[in-house]
Design a protein around this ligand. Structure first.
Ligand code: MEV
Length: 287
């Protein structure tokens, strides 16, 4: 029997423009997902298509047990965390001998196969390696020195569809290329500034607010996300912005240790679900 866990993720800066080659920053966060895999001749088809695909791709048979406090379909990378933890547990239980990098690559293959060819390698990379990750374009990812950012996530509980939001931006690029490209360039600039201000929460907060406004201008905002962002700022956050595809899902707020509870309370007052968290520097690990 092997049990492995993997962290969720939050996109800090640069969502959407990263699809067009601009930089982005993502971070691994708690809560983690835990998966236990047991060698078994009696293979019961798992409920999750991601887990089924992990077993299919590695060509092994076993039973699986998942514990997750990561909300699904909220942009916090829960499918990637489940996939990564399952593959590491399979690799361990069946002694397949894959390296960490190889398991990370396999996890991306599982996500692609399960999501009809469209997946972001960022989610599986962050879950595999943990920490703070810089992304440029679709292929290049590298770990940044970890930062102790104190954050509160606000889950709007409004479901959203990443593919639809990505298509919405593509449509704006087709109809109004000058506007769309101008906004993307600005988001790229904000992200690079953020890279150089990761230790300066006040400045980072200002940059978050700018990034949020630019995402709104790109058409991926939602009235409830704006409400959450304003509530978090009014409660004392340095800054707040939507995270991920938008149109629903989550926001994240950068807080001082002293303002965290107030910000979480303000999010709750908006009938959304707060998650108080910080960086998880460990990627997938054996439990
Ligand atoms: C979705 O979590 C992030 C997007 O930038 C899409 C992607 O990078 O694949 C909107």
């Amino acid at each position: 029997m092997a049990t492995w866990s993997a962290p969720g993720k939050v996109i800090l800066f640069g969502e959407h423009s990263v699809v067009y080659g601009k930089p982005a920053i993502a971070m691994a966060i708690k809560p983690r997902v835990q998966v236990t895999v047991r060698h078994s001749r009696y293979y019961q088809k798992p409920n999750s298509p991601y887990i089924s695909e992990c077993f299919r791709l590695t060509d092994v048979k076993g039973s699986v047990y998942v514990r997750s406090q990561l909300p699904s379909a909220s942009g916090l990378g829960s499918s990637a965390a489940v996939t990564v933890a399952t593959l590491f547990a399979i690799n361990d239980e069946f002694e397949l001998g894959y390296t960490r990098e190889e398991v990370g690559d396999l996890a991306f293959e599982v996500e692609k196969a399960t999501q009809g060819g469209r997946a972001s390698a960022t989610d599986t990379y962050v879950s595999t390696f943990g920490g703070l990750v810089f992304i440029r374009g679709s292929e290049k990812r590298r770990l940044l020195p970890p930062q102790n950012l104190s954050i509160v996530i606000g889950n709007s509980l409004i479901s959203h569809n990443t593919a639809e939001m990505v298509e919405k931006v593509a449509e704006l690029r087709r109809t109004s290329p000058v506007i769309a490209n101008g906004i993307m360039d600005a988001i790229g600039g904000v992200t690079m500034e953020a890279m150089h201000n990761l230790e300066n929460p006040k400045e980072l907060g200002v940059l978050m607010n700018r990034n949020h406004a630019l995402l709104d201008a790109l058409g991926v905002g939602h009235p409830v996300l704006s409400q959450l962002v304003l509530a978090a700022r009014n409660a004392g956050a340095y800054g707040a912005k939507l995270s991920g595809a938008g149109g629903g899902g989550c926001i994240w707020a950068l807080c001082s240790k002293g303002s965290r509870n107030r910000v979480a309370g303000a999010i709750e007052d908006c009938d959304a679900r707060p998650i108080t968290t910080s960086i998880d520097t460990e990627g997938a690990r054996r439990e």
